[in-house]
Write a protein of this length. Structure first.
Length: 443
């Protein structure tokens, strides 16, 4: 009796999200596109016909819960694996046991939570057993499997994408937590519908965040004389004083957000650009990383259309280096808005790409003799520097001599556009090219 009492206490002391973890599809919230009645994944699970699969989605959307439901409904032996506590030795031991089970007609379902944290050697150790059918691998990841999972292993798994929960799903979950005996069903709690809606919005699609916020609000609420817990608005506001937006500085979301920042600036949308910049800062991104990307953007997407953009970006990088967070956020915003509003030209970027392609694909051409240096008498005898014209000695301050190799004569890489200051650059370049072909001297 004493042991049972202690067990009960441990259950009550477990976090609300843990106590309310669904045990079947009737309790499972969200992901109707996968586990709604008649959907393929649900049918495979209910018929016990699952094969190796990867669940990919943001935190708190039910990946681990879904794996546990599979474990309850499958006839396979269930083994849960952790990348943090398991090495190659443990992987091989489990695989050996799974192979032995297979010879006896028993399947092993191996659940690998956060499978993206397994290193290449660990992932390679799974592969032969997945191929032979010794194990059914169910992996859960918040990272894009294309980047984080070995291609050979990934090709043998079906990827199911889990979506962030809708506010309606989270609201249903919160109401269930208030009524369920596993949650706060044994307490009388007074909470307004608006407060439940606020928690659902705050959770940003994450069931765990929603339940943790509700639990924090309830546990910090005092009981009145009627033994009722009235959730106070101020207490709830303190529980929701900061939302940790999804961001992983080394994962897919990192690249998604920097892509959103670049494309917003490229599209001359300063409001969106500032938003995505702050999303990165709020997620803990190094401001110097953002500043470095702005320096690149200044030449890649603006270039000669506004050469001052590069000066602004470099100055902002220096300001961020001097001050750091949180003070440097306004400097980053300064650069982001400037770059968003500057005229755009990708002429330099295109020039670099075309030149790089020629260098990679064409033979390495020799430097034309007229622009070779001739520091020795032998080199002069070999005609090094012969025909060179010192541009400053001419009236036009330039010469008609050829500077590209013969095989690339008249090749154009830089083709300026008409945006901003580059219009003047374009006009000047056209005058120079005409003069070099025998036309009138540039103005």
């Amino acid at each position: 009796m004493e042991q049972m009492s202690l067990f009960d206490n441990r259950e009550k002391e477990a976090p609300l999200a843990s106590r309310l973890r669904p045990e079947n599809f009737d309790e499972y919230v969200g992901q109707k596109h996968l586990v709604g009645k008649g959907k393929i994944l649900r049918q495979l699970i209910e018929k016990d016909q699952i094969s190796s699969m990867i669940f990919w989605g943001p935190p708190g959307v039910g990946k681990t819960t879904l794996a546990r439901i599979i474990a309850r409904q499958t006839c396979a032996e269930f083994v849960e694996f952790s990348a943090v506590t398991s090495g190659i030795k443990e992987v091989k031991e489990v695989m050996a046991q799974a192979e032995q089970n297979r010879t006896m007609g028993i399947r092993t379902l191996l659940f690998a939570d956060e499978i993206h944290r397994f290193n290449k050697a660990q992932q390679d150790a799974f592969l032969p057993y997945v191929e032979k059918g010794s194990i059914v691998l169910v992996g859960a990841t918040t990272e894009n499997p294309s980047f984080e999972i070995n291609s050979a292993l990934l090709s043998r798994c079906k990827v199911f994408i889990l979506k962030a929960l809708e506010e309606a799903d989270l609201r249903e979950l919160l109401v269930r937590a208030l009524k369920s005996p596993k949650g706060f069903g044994n307490l009388e709690i007074a909470i307004e519908d608006e407060q439940i809606d606020a928690i659902a919005r705050f959770a940003n699609g994450d069931a765990r965040t929603a339940l943790n916020t509700l639990e924090m609000a309830v546990l910090n609420t005092r009981m009145d004389e009627r033994a009722v817990l009235c959730v106070d608005r101020e207490v709830l506001a303190q529980c929701m004083n900061r939302r940790s937006l999804l961001y992983d500085k080394s994962g897919e979301e990192h690249y998604n957000l920097i892509s959103a920042l670049h494309k917003s600036m490229r599209n001359s949308d300063p409001d969106a650009a500032v938003y995505w910049m702050y999303r990165m800062l709020d997620g803990g991104e190094d401001p110097l990383y953002i500043a470095r990307r702005l320096v690149r953007f200044a030449s890649e997407d603006i270039g000669m259309a506004d050469s001052n953009a590069l000066q602004v970006a470099v100055s902002v990088y220096q300001a961020c280096h001097f001050l750091g967070m949180p003070e440097c956020d306004v400097h980053l915003a300064h650069a982001v808005v400037y770059l968003s509003m500057a005229p755009k030209s990708n002429a330099l970027y295109v020039a670099c790409g075309e030149c790089r392609k020629d260098i990679q694909e064409l033979p390495a051409e020799p430097v034309p003799l007229q622009i070779c240096n001739a520091p020795t008498s032998l080199m002069k005898e070999l005609h090094y520097g012969e025909g060179y014209v010192y541009a400053h000695d001419t009236e036009e301050k330039m010469a008609r001599m050829q500077c590209l190799p013969d095989a690339l004569a008249n090749r154009r890489y830089y083709r300026p556009g008409m945006a901003g200051q580059e219009k003047q650059v374009k006009e000047r370049l056209e005058e120079i090219l005409k003069w070099k072909q025998g036309g009138a001297a540039p103005k």
